[in-house]
Design a protein around this ligand. Structure first.
Ligand code: NAD
Length: 356
């Protein structure tokens, strides 16, 4: 492994920009050296943290000691900042959603290619442990073939911050959290999406969505339900997954969860009917004693590399990116199909998120 340390300067030293300094400390292949933010108080914070605080973006780009520009600004300015960086010969790591539209991202990719520089998007939630547990089940068939995957994140705090309320800045929850949950599903499921239906929530009265739900049908039969909410005072489980050999639930970020599967050792005993409400049911009665087994969730699938170690290897030409730009483009196109399905209030089919 090479011992070169690649230097990063952060553009947009806000919440996520400053958090990247912690992430980068976990890699010995990459180091943060400087930052630029439009706000003087954020530049002062960067300086206090020991980084060079550039007084303009041009000054940052003119510094030959900077190899990589990390873009952590609001979404509407990602593209222009990236194009300037490529012109100056820098590599770019860009926060998600990488751009306001798939067309913008295609422009960014073309500029990276023309400059011969790396463009990698920080789809960091591919590394989330809860997601890697689901991937383990998907890949190993722990509960048979998955046929329904429900992925939800729920908060009760409304849309955070300032620019996330503004459509022109790329606000709204579909672009904010939706991009993570959709990226996870497309990364995991080796089949094409054939149709999408969705609805956006505007319950808080903003001109951007404060949440959404979407149903994705995959060609291999998997149906995925994706939901993001910011008005949920009681949350639903992070993951609820059904397979041909059982059901799994992951309740929360601390990975509380379980698998319940049929007990193949036991004789088939009919469930006893129960009173449910004012009625009687056998269909909805709990399985009879001994007919199911309770199991722990499997250990999470391992990732081969951290985001930043992978970035260093990609720059050195010794590895493929874990977050590929073709995959990022697909997710942006899927988001566009979800917006369209919500607007038309129809199931959208015949879209092509897979073309070049
Ligand atoms: P933020 O508002 O906390 O920070 C943005 C910073 O950018 C501010 O300090 C602002 O002054 C600065 N800024 C704005 N325009 C600028 C410009 N043209 N040049 C330089 N600085 C500029 O926002 P945030 O929550 O840190 O989000 C920033 C980006 O990170 C967004 O794209 C967001 O979607 C992404 N994000 C990603 C994750 C993740 O888990 N991957 C989490 C949070 C945010």
């Amino acid at each position: 492994m090479s011992s070169i340390k690649h230097t990063v300067a952060i553009v947009g030293y806000g919440g996520m920009g400053s958090y990247h300094t912690q992430l980068i400390k976990e890699s010995d292949r990459v180091v943060v050296t400087g930052a630029f933010d439009l706000l003087a108080e954020r530049r002062t914070l960067a300086e206090e943290a020991g980084y060079t605080a550039y007084s303009s973006y041009e000054e940052l780009l003119a510094d030959p000691a900077v190899d990589i520009v990390l873009i952590a600004t609001p979404n509407d300015v990602h593209k222009d900042i990236a194009l300037q960086a490529f012109q100056a010969g820098k590599h770019v790591v860009c926060e998600k959603p990488v751009a306001m539209s798939s067309a913008e991202f295609i422009e960014m990719q073309a500029a990276a290619e023309a400059a011969g520089r790396v463009l990698m998007v920080h789809q960091n939630r591919r590394w989330d442990e809860d997601f890697r547990v689901i991937r383990e089940m998907y890949e190993r068939g722990t509960i048979g073939s998955l046929f329904q995957i429900e992925s939800r994140v729920h908060g009760a705090n409304g849309i955070p911050g300032d620019w996330r309320h503004v459509k022109e800045q790329g606000g709204g929850m579909l672009l904010d959290w939706g991009v993570h949950l959709l990226d996870q599903l497309l990364f995991m499921i080796d089949s094409k999406v054939s149709s999408v239906s969705s609805s956006l929530s505007f319950i808080l009265g903003n001109n951007v969505d404060d949440g959404f739900d979407a149903v994705l049908q995959f060609e291999n039969g998997i149906r995925a339900i994706v939901e993001v909410g910011t008005t949920n005072f009681i949350t639903m489980p992070r993951w609820y997954v059904k397979g041909t050999g059982g059901t799994a639930i992951i309740e929360d970020w601390s990975l509380r969860g379980r698998i319940v599967a049929p007990n193949h050792e036991s004789e088939k005993i009919e469930p006893t009917p129960i009173r449910a409400g004012v009625g009687l049911t056998k269909t909805m009665a709990p399985p009879s004693e001994g007919s199911t087994v309770l199991e722990d969730l499997p250990a999470a699938l391992e990732m081969t590399s951290s985001f930043y170690d992978n970035l260093a290897a990609v720059i050195e030409g010794t590895a493929e990116p874990i977050v590929k730009n073709a995959e990022v483009l697909r997710v942006l196109r899927l988001i566009e199909a979800i917006f369209e399905a919500a607007e038309r209030n129809e199931t959208v089919k015949n879209f092509d998120i897979y073309g070049a």
